[in-house]
Design a protein around this ligand. Structure first.
Ligand SMILES: [Ca+2]
Ligand SMILES: [Ca+2]
Length: 319
């Protein structure tokens, strides 16, 4: 009896001891799994960092693939393809010269900022593949040329073998088509009477289903002051803003009075609609000639009924 009692009393101690061992093993296993998982995720992060470093430092990236494109694809996978525009990580060219991808008025040149100087870094940066756009459509890809052979002025070069507008990133920069309107609507009859020529381009800039109208009104009357106005109207032909007032686009050579040049802005030559910052909204690009050089580029964004960029820009080709 007393022997049995002793055995019975010993049982709970054994059970408690085993339970303690099991708990300790359990905790250790938990810690081990935590450490393994932690290490696994750290390694993954390091791999992504390493990919970025390799792409930045790799001298052997084939130039026709383009460094920036590689960076974009890495950026997209790590940033979880948010809707924000990656406006800094690719190049936008107008006439072969880099311009910012933000609304505003810019000089189209390559020496004011010194950012297109001929050096090893820029040769690597600009000698890449471009996606070209001109006259309302994509014109395919091309390999840009930049260096001594494309020198423009005192150590600075332009990119050649590209269309009027070129991007170094592949996406659809012209997601919606524009259409010329040939019948002048009632609301623009007075404007048509006052000007020699009125051109209307219909396009849904912001993608809300309503088509905006870009109107170019040119006055060719030789005796009057020459002028071209570029305006933005909404879908009902109510004016949203005056974008450009191009005054006196008339240049008379003082030495030879019979020799003169008339420059007028037109939908075909000076206005393009293109999504340059990859946000789905098509910006209005207006190429404004100046006395010397490649001119100015006005980038206007129409979003939520508001204009971003410069309004009522005045231009002239007179010195
Ligand atoms: Ca619209
Ligand atoms: Ca855009």
């Amino acid at each position: 009896m007393s022997e049995e009692n002793k055995n019975v009393k010993k049982e709970p101690i054994k059970v408690k001891f085993r339970t303690c061992i099991e708990i300790i093993i359990g905790i250790e296993l938990g810690i081990l799994i935590f450490l393994l998982l932690n290490n696994y995720f750290r390694n993954n992060d390091n791999q992504i960092d390493n990919v970025n470093e390799i792409i930045y430092q790799d001298e052997e990236v084939p130039s026709d693939i383009g460094k920036n494109n590689n960076l974009n694809s890495v950026g997209e996978t790590t940033s979880n393809s948010s809707n924000s525009s990656n406006s800094e990580d690719y190049i936008f060219l107008c006439d072969g010269l880099e311009v910012k991808k933000e609304p505003g008025l810019y000089m189209i040149d390559n020496f004011s900022d010194g950012n297109m100087a001929i050096n090893e870094q820029n040769e690597e940066k600009y000698n890449i593949t471009y996606y070209n756009y001109e006259n309302g459509k994509s014109t395919g890809t091309s390999k840009g040329k930049f260096g001594e052979e494309t020198l423009v002025y005192d150590g600075v070069a332009q990119v050649e073998n590209v269309a009027k507008y070129a991007l170094s990133k592949e996406y659809n920069a012209m997601p919606r088509e524009s259409k010329l309107i040939y019948n002048i609507p009632e609301k623009l009859k007075d404007l048509d009477k006052e000007n020699g020529k009125v051109e209307i381009n219909e396009i849904d800039l912001d993608g809300d289903g309503k088509k905006e109208h870009i109107v170019v009104a040119s006055d060719y009357d030789v005796d009057a002051k020459f002028s071209t106005k570029i305006m933005l109207y909404d879908s009902e032909y109510t004016k949203i803003a005056d974008l450009v007032n191009f005054e006196n686009p008339y240049y008379k050579n003082e030495e030879d009075l019979t020799n003169y040049t008339v420059t007028s802005l037109s939908l075909a030559g000076n206005v393009e609609c293109m999504d340059i910052d990859n946000d789905g909204n098509m910006e209005i690009l207006i190429d404004i000639p100046i006395w010397e050089g490649k001119g100015q580029l006005s980038i206007v964004k129409y979003q939520n009924g508001k204009i971003q960029g410069e309004k009522e820009v005045t231009g002239s080709v007179r010195p």
